[in-house]
Design a protein around this ligand. Structure first.
Ligand SMILES: C[S@@+](CC[C@H](N)C(=O)[O-])C[C@H]1O[C@@H](n2cnc3c(N)ncnc32)[C@H](O)[C@@H]1O
Length: 376
């Protein structure tokens, strides 16, 4: 099968981390975009990227680019693609789109037009049309349309890769799994020292740290990817990729991973989520105030994701919490890279330490900072 362009989407500010992951997996980085990275490869490469990527959201395989000024031209161009070679006539199809074109007021209309072109073509060739709907559980086609330039992709992920499948109990304000992986990587954790995560909530940061430290593919816990519904999908090749990933994983960590939270329910949920991810035995859990968290000798990374306080009055109440976090870092975390991830700029300087580095991230659309403090 020939190579085509592959676009991996991600939230803003993540592309440098995603590009690094792509290189480490052995793929070229053709372009870094504001919210994605472009590479190239074959169908099997899309399976590998879906299985291994930690910070990407969707793996889009380019089908065709073409000009289209309005919906009729879009329909005509999409009809020329031999969809019957890729989509089963008894399959299920969803079309998603991102459109900025002066003739299109509602993106759903562009998706509908594109979907009609696909199913009409398959009906003509195979005398039967696939079902379609919004569920992204079968084949997913993605239309990217800017002015009169269109690109059509197979979204080989379907549900975004942030949905790893292990978070059974999400609790309040959980961090997206892909963002948590990005934060863990940006904090410098690679599995060789300790990872301490007070205020762990549903455990996402500690679980992602364990997956990274063990070199375990994050896609192993997920049962469905959109590529599985395309005709090119080869179950044997997929099983082989999974088997390789399973045997590449380490079965011990060099450092400790510690996750604590003052809320016993959160610790219970984090433990269950870790069990679903297959890493429960690699994380030491405890219910306690963050200041009581055990910090092992040997250094490593400490990551806090405290509440940000979105409403008036809440910020003020959080000031002493952020101060105490600063005290904890100073008193107990010598030799660690201390990190605080927060979305409230009024609280950035309340930790009372000078950050050695600040990195911007986006949690949904809230601009956040990862503040890093080297504690000597
Ligand atoms: C924003 S949530 C963390 C979300 C987490 N990153 C996740 O992905 O689920 C903040 C957590 O801090 C915990 N917390 C608040 N005050 C605390 C304290 N004094 N000591 C320990 N944990 C605390 C809360 O129970 C809550 O679970």
């Amino acid at each position: 099968m020939s190579k085509s362009k592959i676009l991996i989407t991600c939230p803003k500010a993540i592309p440098p981390l995603l590009a690094e992951e792509i290189r480490v997996l052995g793929f070229p980085v053709l372009r870094e975009l504001p919210a994605g990275v472009e590479t190239e490869g074959r169908f099997e490469d899309c399976m590998k990227l879906n299985l291994w990527l930690r910070t990407g959201h969707r793996v889009l395989r380019l089908v065709k680019t073409f000009p289209a000024r309005h919906a009729e031209e879009l329909y005509a161009q999409v009809s020329q693609i031999p969809w019957e070679q890729h989509i089963r006539e008894d399959g299920y199809l969803s079309v998603m789109s991102s459109v900025e074109n002066p003739t299109i007021r509602d993106t759903r209309f562009a998706s509908l037009k594109c979907k009609d072109a696909i199913v009409d073509r398959i009906k003509k060739e195979r005398d039967r049309r696939p079902d379609s709907g919004p569920l992204c559980e079968g084949v997913v086609v993605f239309l990217y349309w800017r002015q009169s330039e269109c690109a059509i992709y197979f979204d080989t992920s379907g549900e975004p890769l942030s949905k790893r499948g292990y978070r059974k109990i999400p609790l309040q304000a959980p961090m997206q799994e892909t963002l948590a992986a990005a934060v863990v990587l940006a904090a410098g954790w690679r599995g060789d020292r300790n990872f301490v995560n007070p205020m762990c909530g549903s455990g996402t940061l500690a679980i992602e740290a364990a997956l990274i430290g063990l070199d375990r593919a994050p896609g192993l816990t997920r049962g469905n990817f959109a590529f599985m519904h395309l005709k090119e999908f080869n179950q044997g090749a997929w099983e082989l990729l999974r088997k390789d990933a399973e045997s590449a994983a380490a079965n011990s960590l060099r450092g400790n991973i510690i996750a604590t939270d003052v809320d016993e329910g959160a610790v219970r949920a984090a433990r269950q989520n870790a069990a679903a991810a297959g890493v429960e035995n690699f994380i030491e859990f405890a219910a306690c105030d963050f200041a009581e968290t055990r910090v092992p000798e040997g250094g490593g990374v400490v990551v806090f994701n405290p509440e940000y306080g979105e409403r008036m009055g809440e910020t003020q109440a959080l000031v002493p919490v952020y101060r105490r976090i600063g005290d904890f870092l100073k008193r107990k975390c010598r030799g660690y890279n201390g990190c605080v991830f927060t979305g409230n700029p009024k609280l950035f300087n309340k930790v009372g330490l000078k950050p050695s580095r600040q990195r911007t991230f986006f949690n949904s659309n809230i601009e956040c900072r990862l503040l890093e403090f080297e504690i000597y």
